[in-house]
Design a protein around this ligand. Structure first.
Ligand code: ATP
Ligand code: MG
Length: 373
C-alpha cells in the first residue's frame, strides 16, 4: 500500500521514498475516518500536510516577516503589492474530501469545532461542487474560539474570513483578484483589504495603516504579490505587547523562543517609526509593563490557590462541543470547566486550559525551591 504511485506523486516524492515519508506522519481519526498529518515540516512538505482517504491536503506555508517597512518591502517585492489586514485568530484550511467539507488546523488536525464552524459559517458546499480541487485558507477569529480568542467589535461569536484559495494537493495559490472574485461569487467572507501599491510606495502607505491598526488593537498586515506567490507580514506594537503579556502570564509554559523575537520586533519598529525619544521611552515603559505585571498577577493567583491557564469560551451543537473537549483532552491538555449552559439549543462552555508547567513551577518556587541558573 505504501508504494502507491499516485500518493507519492501528490506528495512530490519518488515512490520508493513514500514509505519513509509516511512514517513521519501522525495517525488520527475523525468522524470514524482514519487520516494522517505532518506535525513538522518534512522533505519540502509544509507542516500540517494531511492525507485523508488517499487525498492530499497541502499545509499552509510559513509567511516571512520584515522587521522594517523600508527597505524590507521594496527589497522583497518586484511588482505591485496588495495589502490586507492580518486577522488574529487561528489558521484553518477547508477542503472537501468525497464531498465532505472538513476543517483542518495549522498542524493538520481535523478539529470537530473547526469543521462545524466552517460548515456553518462559510457553507461552502456550492463552491466545492464547482471546485473540488481547491481549498480555502482562512482565519477563524472572534471571542468564542478554542485556540486564539481575540475581540473584534464586529464579531460577536466567531467568524471565518478567507485570505487564500489554493490547489488542495500542490498548495499553489490563485491570484489575489481571482481569489477575491471567487469569494464574492460564492458569498465567502474575506479579510479586509487596504488596496494595491507599488513596492516603493508601500512603506509610506503602511506607516499610516499600521498606526490606525495599532490604535484599534488590531494585529497587522499581510502583503502579497498579485499572483499570490509572495507573502510578507508586519505586525503592530499593540500585538507585540499583547503576545508578551500573554506569554508572561504563563511564564513557564511559553518558551524563551516566543518572547525574544517579540522584543526584537518592537526594537526595530521603534527605530523606524518613533519620531522622538519620548515616544521610544513610552514604548519601553509599556513593553516593560506588559512583561512584568502579568507575571506578578499569575504568581499571586497561584499563591491564592487559583487555577492558571488560558480561558476560552465555545458555542455550538452539544455533540460538537463534547467532541471538541475530548479532542483537546486527547492532546494532553487538562481542562477546568467553568460555566456550562444551554442557549437556544446550543451548548456554551467556558473552560481554562490549565497551564501545568506554570502552576507547578510557580508553586515550587513560592515554597522556596531553588532555581538552577
Ligand atoms: P508561521 O510563523 O509558521 O507562519 P504563526 O502562526 O506564528 O506561524 P503568524 O505570525 O500568525 O504565524 O502569521 C501567519 C498567519 O497569519 C497565517 O498562517 C494565517 O493564519 C494568519 N493570517 C491572518 N490574516 C491573514 C491574511 N490576511 N493573509 C494571510 N495570513 C493571514
Ligand atoms: Mg496568527
Amino acid at each position: 500500500m505504501d508504494a502507491d504511485p499516485e500518493l507519492a506523486a501528490a506528495l512530490g516524492v519518488p515512490p520508493d521514498d513514500l514509505g519513509d515519508l509516511l512514517e513521519q506522519f501522525q495517525h488520527d481519526t475523525f468522524e470514524g475516518r482514519r487520516y494522517r498529518h505532518l506535525t513538522d515540516a518534512r522533505r519540502g512538505l509544509e507542516r500540517g500536510t494531511a492525507i485523508v482517504d488517499g487525498e492530499v491536503v497541502h499545509g499552509f506555508p510559513s509567511i516571512p516577516r520584515t522587521l522594517v517597512l523600508d527597505p524590507g518591502i521594496p527589497e522583497y517585492f518586484d511588482s505591485r503589492v496588495t495589502v490586507e489586514e492580518k486577522r488574529n485568530g487561528y489558521n484553518v484550511r477547508v477542503a472537501a474530501i468525497d464531498g465532505d467539507v472538513l476543517g483542518f488546523t495549522r498542524s493538520g488536525y481535523l478539529c470537530p469545532y473547526t469543521t462545524a464552524k466552517v460548515r456553518e459559517l462559510l457553507d461552502p458546499g456550492a463552491f466545492f461542487d464547482d471546485y473540488p480541487d481547491l481549498m480555502l485558507c482562512g482565519e477563524l477569529l472572534g471571542p468564542e474560539n478554542p485556540y486564539t480568542p481575540h475581540d473584534y467589535p464586529e464579531v460577536e461569536s466567531a467568524r471565518v474570513e478567507v485570505f487564500d484559495v489554493r490547489h488542495r494537493e500542490t498548495g499553489t495559490p490563485l491570484s489575489v483578484p481571482r481569489r477575491r472574485e471567487l469569494c464574492e461569487e460564492y458569498g465567502l467572507p474575506q479579510v479586509p483589504a487596504f488596496g494595491e501599491y507599488k513596492p516603493e510606495e508601500t512603506p509610506e502607505a503602511l506607516r499610516e495603516i499600521i498606526a490606525d491598526l495599532d490604535r484599534e488593537g488590531r494585529e497587522g498586515v499581510v502583503m502579497q504579490s498579485i499572483d499570490g506567490t509572495h507573502q510578507l507580514k508586519y505586525t503592530t506594537s499593540v500585538t507585540h505587547r499583547a503576545d508578551l503579556d500573554h506569554a508572561f502570564s504563563l511564564p513557564f509554559d511559553y518558551g524563551r523562543d516566543f518572547v525574544f523575537p517579540r522584543i526584537v520586533r518592537e526594537a526595530f519598529q521603534a527605530v523606524e517609526l518613533d519620531r522622538t525619544r519620548g515616544e521610544s521611552r513610552q514604548r519601553a515603559q509599556e513593553l516593560g509593563e506588559s512583561i512584568l505585571l502579568p507575571a506578578i498577577e499569575t504568581i499571586r493567583a497561584v499563591q491564592r490557590g487559583e487555577t492558571v491557564g488560558e480561558e476560552h469560551t465555545v458555542r455550538g451543537d452539544p455533540d460538537v462541543i463534547e467532541a471538541l473537549l475530548s479532542h483537546l483532552r486527547d492532546q494532553g491538555i487538562e481542562l477546568e470547566i467553568g460555566s456550562d449552559r444551554r442557549e437556544d439549543g446550543q451548548r456554551v462552555v467556558s473552560f481554562v486550559k490549565v497551564a501545568q508547567a506554570t502552576r507547578d513551577n510557580t508553586r515550587d518556587y513560592l515554597e522556596g525551591k531553588l532555581i538552577d541558573e
